[in-house]
Design a protein around this ligand. Structure first.
Ligand code: KIV
Ligand code: ZN
Length: 514
């Protein structure tokens, strides 16, 4: 029988450490729900001591998500571990993950501690975590650059102290797969109590080897793999969950390993993480990139039509893409619309469904063919996890080859209509200048991105923008057949998020001062 390995997802912790990828609590909860649908075994929900927002997110996920174990990160100090437990104690299956660096370079320059001191910290941390819950993971940060004799000592000591999982990170993405396999082999053969814990691996992708390294570790006995959706994470990112899971699935003949992941949820999870973090997935990205299942060359298309296995090693439906991507048109009724959304895994409330259907009809009137990707964009556009302080009511944009672009916009806010007009260097700039005049909330525009959801000039355009204030970054998305309208929607959504979080912060600070 195939061995089952543990899939540990750290999208919400290491993934969130990607530059610009920060998520608010509502967004983290949304991703956590989807990770539960994907059926990962463990989700690392955050690093509770790192910020009040992270603490609250881990707490909310612990309180609301059933199924996977919920994990929180803590340095090897009692303060961190106590705080992690405070956030995790509500979880059905809590796990404390404590770590300390073990490489000489980190000991000398970062921790300024001796090997003996670090060993003591590691053991004490595991014991403290163990006093709260049975499921305790220890990570030897920068393990792949740690002296192997010392690493063996640390691993043995933390297992003796009660660690149920011991993680061997390639923190800086430095290890070459066969070299890492040798580290694993050493641990397996030299640590006397190694069979009392699950040996885990955690790779960063600095040399583009994160997935290869993870898979080579699985071949020599890793029982847990840590990874993130779309491979997001610090610097060049972490090992991509979807690539590891699909490699294990597609090459069962080599690995003889199964996972509990529901692969049909992969595409949807990838898209959600990309939408929420604003980190686009490159078109040629393995498994989830737009071109991953597209065949351009005539010879390939011919081959696939004759017999799919000529050029396809995976079935697109196994990651949740549908065979028949053309699904609905302007004659499709509410029932077909609702059924298609539910087949795609969307659970909308009555009001959300109403709005999404009205929007679908509007788009279907102008665009003959509505694809699954279009539906996903429309739903994402209509379903808002935060209050809409400002609602776009009306917009006219004038642009010409020689003239100065200008926009006139009306917005509804608190029952009032507010209208303004402004000029800009281009249509989008004119729209943003006008919205700025209306809302008058200081912020900076950090990023603006536009892409078409499907092909053709009648494709839905999707705009993702990032704005920031002194505290945080807010992502807004808008979808429309007109990219200027999509740009306006994205901007208003980002501003609504900013306004909502600023007012929440004011309330919290107010109650803290009382
Ligand atoms: O990369 C790393 O070493 C980590 C640890 C905290 C597990 O993320
Ligand atoms: Zn990491």
């Amino acid at each position: 029988m195939n061995k089952r390995i543990v899939i540990f997802d750290t999208t919400l912790r290491d993934g969130e450490q990607s530059p610009g990828a920060s998520m608010n609590i509502e967004e983290k909860l949304e991703v956590a729900k989807q990770l539960a649908r994907l059926n990962v075994d463990v989700m690392e929900a955050g690093f509770p001591i790192s910020s009040p927002g992270d603490f609250e997110a881990v707490k909310a996920i612990s309180q609301n998500i059933k199924g996977p174990s919920i994990c929180g990160l803590a340095r090897a100090t009692s303060g961190d571990i106590d705080c992690a437990w405070d956030a995790l104690k509500y979880a059905e299956k809590p796990r404390i993950h404590t770590f300390i660096a073990t490489s000489d370079i980190h000991l000398k320059y970062k921790l300024k501690k001796t090997r003996e001191q670090v060993l003591e910290y590691a053991v004490a941390a595991v014991k403290r975590a163990k006093s709260y819950c049975n499921d305790v993971e220890f990570s030897a940060e920068d393990a792949s650059r740690t002296d192997i004799d010392y690493l063996c000592r640390v691993v043995e000591a933390v297992i003796d102290a009660g660690a149920t999982t011991v993680n061997i990170p390639d923190t800086v993405g430095y290890a070459i797969p066969h070299e890492f396999a040798q580290i694993m082999h050493n641990l397996k053969t030299r640590v006397s109590n190694i069979d009392k814990a699950i040996l885990s691996v955690h790779f960063h992708n600095d040399l583009g080897l994160a997935v290869a390294g993870s898979l080579s570790a699985v071949l020599v006995g890793a029982g847990q793999v840590e990874c993130t959706i779309n491979g997001i994470g610090e610097r060049a990112g972490n090992a991509a969950l979807e690539e590891i899971v699909m490699a294990l699935d597609t090459r069962k003949d080599i690995y003889g390993i199964t996972t509990g992941v529901n692969t049909k949820e992969i595409y949807r999870t990838s898209r959600m993480v990309s939408d929420i973090t604003g980190l686009a997935v490159q078109a040629n990205k393995a498994i989830v990139g737009r071109n991953a299942f597209a065949h351009e060359a005539g010879i390939h298309q011919h081959g696939v039509l004759e017999e799919r296995s000529t050029y396809e090693i995976m079935d697109a439906t196994s990651i949740g893409l549908t065979e028949n991507k053309l699904v609905l048109g302007k004659h499709s009724g509410r029932h077909a619309f609702e059924r298609r959304l539910s087949e795609l895994g969307y659970e909308l409330s009555g009001e959300e469904l109403e709005k999404a259907f009205a929007r679908f009809k509007e788009v279907a009137d102008k665009k003959k063919e509505i694809f699954d990707e279009d539906l996903a964009a429309l739903v994402a556009d209509e379903v808002h996890s935060i209050p809409e302080t400002y609602q776009l009511e009306y917009m006219t944009v004038i642009t010409s080859l020689e003239g100065i672009p200008s926009a006139t916009i009306k917005v509804k806010s608190g029952g009032r209509d507010i209208a303004e007009c402004a000029m800009g260097v281009g249509s989008v700039d004119a729209v943003y200048q006008t919205i700025d005049k209306i809302v008058n909330v200081p912020h900076t525009l950090i990023d603006y991105n536009v892409k078409s959801v499907t092909g053709g000039t009648d494709a839905i355009g999707e705009v993702t923008i990032k704005i920031g204030d002194d505290d945080s970054v807010y992502i807004g998305r808008g979808a429309s057949l007109d990219i200027v309208e999509a740009s306006a929607k994205a901007y208003v959504q980002a501003i609504n998020k900013l306004v909502y979080h600023q007012s929440k912060r004011k309330k919290t600070n107010g109650s803290d001062n009382n």
